[in-house]
Every structure is written in C-alpha cells, then in structure tokens.
Design a protein around this ligand. Structure first.
Ligand SMILES: Nc1ncnc2c1ncn2[C@@H]1O[C@H](COP(=O)(O)OP(=O)(O)OP(=O)(O)O)[C@@H](O)[C@H]1O
Length: 283
C-alpha cells in the first residue's frame, strides 16, 4: 500500500529500525517525516540513538527494518536511488572529515565530485566548478582562506569549510552529526547561526544532532527527543517542557530550562554528557 505523506514532505521513514550486530537495539521501529526547509534538532543522552537515526536517513547506517522514502527519489531500495539521494544529502561531521593537507578550496571541491564520474574526477575540474566552490567558501566567510591548508585553520574555520563543502553539493538536505561538539561556545553559536541561516536562505531541510539543549531551543524549528532508542518528544521548541526533558534525560529534578543554573548547583550529580553540563558551558 502506498504511504500517505504531507505535501511538504522531504523525507519519511516508515517503521524504520536499526539493530547493530551483537543484538544492540539502537532504534526501535520508527515512523517520522521531515519537511522541506525545516531545521530539526535531535536531542538525547549519549547512546539514545541520535547518530543512528541521523545516519540511517541516507543509509550510511543500513536500517534493519522499514524504509526511507525520499520526496525526490522515492523509496531507497536500489543502490541507484540511494546514490542519487546521497548526492543531494550533504553531511557535516563533528570532526569535519576534511583532508587536512589540502587547501580549503580543494576540500570544498570534493563536494562537487558526486556530480562527476570517477574518471572525470581524475582530471582538473572545469573553471565553473572552481568558481562555484569559491562562492561556497565566500558564503561561509572564508573566501580569503581558499588557498590556506585546512590544518592551518581554526576549529571553527574548519567546520565552516565543512559547511561550504556540504553546500557545494547543492543539497536539498543536510545531516549534521554533532557539528559543534568540538567547538567553544562562541564559535558553536557562530557555526549554528551560519548553518541555520544558509538552510533558511536556500530552503534546505536540516537534521542536526546536538547535546546542548539551549542551542536546540534557540536554533531549531522542531526538536525530536530520543531516549532508549525511541522518539519520546517531537514538536516545536516552545512545547518542550520539564516533564519532556525528564523523559529525554531520565532526570526528575534538574531545572535544565533555567539558564542561570548549572550542574554544580543542582542537588543531584549529573553524568558528564548531561545537557545541564552542556548548558553550563554554553552560557
Ligand atoms: N556500529 C555499532 N555497532 C554496535 N553498536 C553500536 C554501533 N553504533 C552505535 N551502537 C550502539 O547503538 C546505540 C545508539 O548509538 P548512537 O551512536 O546512535 O547514539 P547517540 O545518541 O548518537 O550517542 P552519542 O550522543 O554518544 O553520539 C548505543 O547503544 C551504541 O553503543
């Protein structure tokens, strides 16, 4: 039976579940839809299943059950549809995954490779491709660093190169797995602002996993909270209340919504990856 989906659907997963070898249940069968131009943040404790959900959206992690349906390419069931979907789905990683000895421009150009055959990519890309990559770098404010080696850039600049590379792919969707986890608070805010603004301007659908609750509240159009391999919250940030946070973080007494309060001030010790801890750092 064909699935029923909304008009602005970009990607839909249906009864999609992931069990890793060793019988590790990482995502229970889940049905959820992502909409065009929506900026969704995945929240949850370490091990809740955020990366698994995120990475299965482009079959980087192979779902064990269920399906992924793309508005552009239909159900991802052949290697051809997966390839085409991946071409339009850019990824941004926590550790950038850049080639450090290459220049920023060379790294951004790798975002164009999906559009070229293997043999074509062995030769220099046409001037138009270089100009396009340069424009992507200019959009993230790094035009003047185009010829700098990536290992000579700061962490925040490297992540901006990662975003430029994603943009070079001309994506309809960006999946970002903890893109600011290695950055200081001020740089994190700049990177998230940049990512959100670019996604808004270009109508790109974004799904981003974060540990910082405060950033999720500020930047997301929609928050999906995960706990124990299932979605326990799915709504706009304004609807996220303490009892939802308790469910996401299994904690009944921490005022995580109080930006003035830190983990050290709460009556219960927090695990190191608890959002309150992140909140403390994010202030
Ligand atoms: N390749 C793998 N093989 C086996 N188990 C895995 C694998 N990847 C993840 N897991 C397990 O699956 C569960 C979900 O992991 P996942 O990485 O999706 O969580 P997460 O919410 O993204 O965590 P974090 O915030 O620490 O990145 C965890 O129990 C994890 O140990």
């Amino acid at each position: 039976m064909p699935s029923v989906h909304s008009l602005d659907m970009m990607l839909r997963i249906e009864d999609m579940g992931v069990t890793y070898p060793g019988n590790v249940l990482a995502l229970r069968p889940t049905t959820v839809e992502f909409h065009k131009g929506e900026f969704t943040v995945l929240l949850g404790l370490s091990g809740a299943g955020k990366s698994t959900l995120l990475r299965s959206l482009n079959h980087l992690v192979q779902p064990t059950t269920g399906t992924v349906i793309s508005a552009e390419f239909g159900t991802l069931k052949t290697s051809r549809t997966v390839r085409r979907h991946r071409c339009r789905t850019a990824m941004v990683f926590q550790h950038h995954q850049l080639i450090e000895r290459h220049t920023a421009l060379q790294n951004v150009l790798t975002g164009r490779l999906a559009y070229h055959s293997t043999w074509r990519s062995l030769f220099p890309l046409p001037r138009a491709e270089l100009e396009y990559a340069l424009r992507c770098l200019e959009r993230v404010g790094l035009g003047e660093k185009a010829l700098s080696r990536v290992d000579q850039l700061s962490g925040g600049q490297q992540q901006r190169v990662g975003i430029a590379r994603a943009l070079a792919q001309q994506p309809s969707m960006i999946l970002a797995d903890e893109p600011v986890a290695s950055l200081d608070p001020a740089t994190s805010e700049r990177v998230l602002t940049l990512l959100r603004d670019i996604c808004r301007e270009d109508g790109i659908t974004a799904v981003i996993s974060l540990h910082q609750l405060e950033y999720a509240r500020r930047f997301a159009d929609r928050i999906i909270g995960l706990a124990n391999a299932r979605i326990v919250f799915d709504a706009e940030p304004a609807k996220l209340e303490q009892h939802h946070l308790d469910e996401i973080y299994h904690s009944a007494s921490v005022a995580v919504s109080d930006p003035g309060k830190t983990a050290a001030q709460t009556s219960h010790p927090q695990p190191s990856n608890h959002p309150t801890k992140q909140l403390e750092i994010a202030q």
